[in-house]
Ligand binder design. Structure first.
Ligand code: CP
Length: 312
């Protein structure tokens, strides 16, 4: 790990920018960190991470903040636009320039506008990590998701993965599909008509020779799945409230809907959940979503260390 890695000095804007061997090496480093939890302590001492969150977050903000602290960095920025001059109309460009002036060595940015992370990366020479840009991408979530699946099954190749829910507006669903396309995985998209996966994602997969199965209903596919990745309806991104009313409550994963599932099925969810994933699953062997969320911390510690050139 360090300045010779593929990740050193790079922007993490899209999961599509990373190949299978790079992802596999990242996951191996996360496994190593889990075996030696203090091995990255202080490796980024003296550096400053700017966390600029223009949208709410629990997991992504906190895990990047803790990852930065654990690796020895100082942290600045804001967790909500209301707590910054963004609320007075300051632009993303000017906000980045300000934190550059204060000595930020890297930026972690969440923004409601698709493409904001790419814009930020073009604005600064410092590495930019996309912590979610609108409905487009959430690359570090996809890395966490793949790592969690690999941890549960010891592999990714050969698995059957169902991605259920709001595939149209959910950025974690599209990033996961992009990430899985690096592996020999059978993908099934399960969504109501109005929330089907966006065309650009289907086209990307097609270019890679992948045509996922597409279903409206979980019942017809649940028995064949190794992983069920559930997503929330992104109410905040659906432009028309009447469109939301039509889709809300259309699906819920609970014990009844998993009656035909393999005993080894793992249910993942990027969280937060609302009503699409029943709490009755929490105490079952299907539950992997809290394990998945926890994996976001070591993964982001390793990623920041690789990007910033911290030696292990
Ligand atoms: N999974 C995820 O991005 O959660 P937060 O919105 O809480 O960061």
């Amino acid at each position: 790990m360090g300045k010779s890695s593929d990740f050193f000095g790079r922007d993490i804007v899209s999961i599509r920018d990373f190949k299978r061997d790079q992802l596999d090496r990242l996951f191996q480093s996360v496994e190593n960190l889990e075996k030696s939890p203090n091995s990255l302590d202080g490796v980024l001492k003296g550096k400053l991470a700017a966390l600029l969150f223009f949208e709410p977050s629990t997991r992504t903000y906190s895990s990047f903040q803790i990852a930065a602290i654990n690796t020895g960095m100082q942290v600045t920025g804001f967790s909500s636009p209301a707590a910054s001059s963004v609320s007075k109309g300051e632009t993303l460009h000017d906000t980045i320039r300000m934190f550059e002036g204060y000595g930020a060595d890297c930026f972690v940015i969440r923004h409601p506008m698709p493409g904001a992370a790419r814009f930020a990366a073009e604005t600064t020479d410092k590495p930019v990590i996309n912590a979610g840009d609108g409905s487009r991408e959430h690359p570090t979530q996809a890395m966490t998701d793949l790592f969690a699946i690999r941890k549960a099954f010891g592999k990714l190749d050969g698995l059957s993965v169902g991605i259920l829910g709001d595939l149209k507006y959910g950025r974690t669903a599209s990033s996961l599909a992009y990430a899985l396309s690096n592996y020999d995985v059978e993908m099934t998209f399960i969504a109501p008509e109005a929330l089907q996966m966006r065309l650009e994602v289907a086209q990307y997969l097609k270019q890679r020779g992948i045509t996922p199965r597409s279903e409206r209903d979980l019942k017809s596919v649940i028995g064949g799945l190794d992983v069920l990745y559930v997503t929330r309806i992104q109410k905040e991104r659906i432009p028309d409230p009447t469109e939301f009313e039509k889709v809300k409550g259309l699906y819920q994963v609970n014990l009844e809907s998993l009656k035909e599932a393999k005993a080894s099925l793992k249910v993942l969810h990027p969280l937060p959940r609302v009503d699409e994933l029943a709490a009755e699953l929490d105490a079952t062997n299907y539950q992997d979503y809290f394990v998945q969320a926890a994996a976001g911390l070591p993964l982001r510690m390793v990623l920041m260390s690789l990007v910033m050139g911290g030696a292990s």
